[in-house]
Design a protein around this ligand. Structure first.
Ligand SMILES: Nc1ncnc2c1ncn2[C@@H]1O[C@H](COP(=O)(O)OP(=O)(O)OP(=O)(O)O)[C@@H](O)[C@H]1O
Ligand SMILES: [Mg+2]
Length: 310
């Protein structure tokens, strides 16, 4: 287990405000043999701050989703180096396996918290892998039969997710947030049947005001009835406040840390920023830990129920 992970774990355990400590072992799976060979998202679970719920949750299909099914499917030209699941020549890749493991973890959390649906992917600093994790996690989720997934690029300062997907940049979230377009006009339907996307749109000069104006919350409220999962990409949390605002409209946060790179103090600061929002887990990105060191974590995280669908 890397030093940063140990430090985060300790910090959690030392917290005096009652927020749950990280107690479950981290998941670790084999490294990718793709170009991103040193990559390896790893997840630690911190789910006790998510309250188990028994409320009835409406499922996509219970509500009128006519506008989604009527959307024409777009021709995306994905960047196959970044979009692990979209490369048809890549039948098996440890990187894909890592995202399946992350998916299994989320389903374990969902077992306890049925209403878990909207997940923000956050990081302390720029470039730690938020967009990489968001897009690949969405692909892993949508590969399960009948699951419908919405990806939202809420990094309206630097909206780049469309580049990974090879999708149109606009219209996008900023057009909806500024009130110039309705929600139906900014959703794209991708070539995979059940994967939908709201790009960030053209970068704007007043991103914080747009994020804070209440329309994002309304959008997520409406969309949660139409999708099994909504994955929201965001800006880095330490330099600007946008991510905290976005997170407050989501059910929980997945915190991406870059292994052996993110300073511990910065990671702790990011954790503090989300003190009122459940942290679903920590993804340790670009981990160089050898599979042998962590085989225990790997077997701990396997979940055959979901693997069979992908
Ligand atoms: N696990 C990984 N393995 C290999 N490359 C990765 C991995 N994670 C991210 N990258 C690459 O590193 C670069 C930065 O990642 P990404 O854009 O996802 O970071 P980000 O946190 O979204 O950055 P920003 O804060 O600027 O939006 C990208 O080129 C991405 O494809
Ligand atoms: Mg990004």
């Amino acid at each position: 287990m890397s030093r940063i992970h140990e430090a985060l774990k300790r910090a959690e355990e030392e917290r005096e405000n009652g927020v749950a400590a990280v107690s479950a072992p981290a998941l670790r799976v084999e490294e990718s043999r793709s170009e991103f060979a040193s990559s390896g998202p790893r997840v630690s679970e911190d789910d006790r701050s998510l309250k188990a719920d028994s409320q009835s949750v409406s499922e996509p299909g219970d509500v009128d989703d006519g506008f989604l099914t009527a959307l024409p499917q777009q021709e995306w030209k994905p960047d196959l180096k970044r979009m692990l699941f979209m490369d048809r020549s890549r039948h098996y890749d440890p990187g894909m396996e890592e995202f399946r493991t992350l998916r299994s973890r989320l389903y374990q959390l969902k077992e306890k918290t049925k209403s878990l649906r909207t997940i923000m992917v956050a990081s302390a600093l720029p470039g730690e892998g938020k967009t990489f994790v968001s897009t690949n996690l969405a692909q892993a989720l949508v590969r399960q039969h009948g699951r419908r997934v919405l990806l939202i690029d809420a990094d309206v300062r630097k909206p780049h997710m469309h580049q990974s997907l090879g999708a149109a940049e606009a219209p996008g979230l900023v057009d909806y947030l500024s009130g110039s377009l309705n929600q139906e006009s900014v959703v794209q339907r991708g070539p995979l049947d059940n994967l939908f996307f709201i790009p960030g749109g053209k970068a704007v000069s007043n991103p914080s005001e747009l994020i804070a104006n209440g329309r994002l919350k309304a959008l997520l409220e409406n969309m949660r009835n139409l999708f099994h999962w909504i994955i929201v990409d965001s800006s880095p949390v330490v330099p600007v406040s946008d991510a905290t605002l976005v997170a407050s409209a989501c059910d929980g946060v997945l915190l991406v840390l870059q292994a052996d790179t993110t300073p511990v103090t910065i990671a702790q600061k990011a954790r503090q920023e989300f003190k009122n929002i459940p942290i679903l887990g920590v993804v340790l990105n670009r981990s160089k830990e050898s599979p042998a060191e962590s085989s225990y974590y790997y077997s701990y995280g396997r979940n055959r129920t979901f693997e069979q669908n992908s």
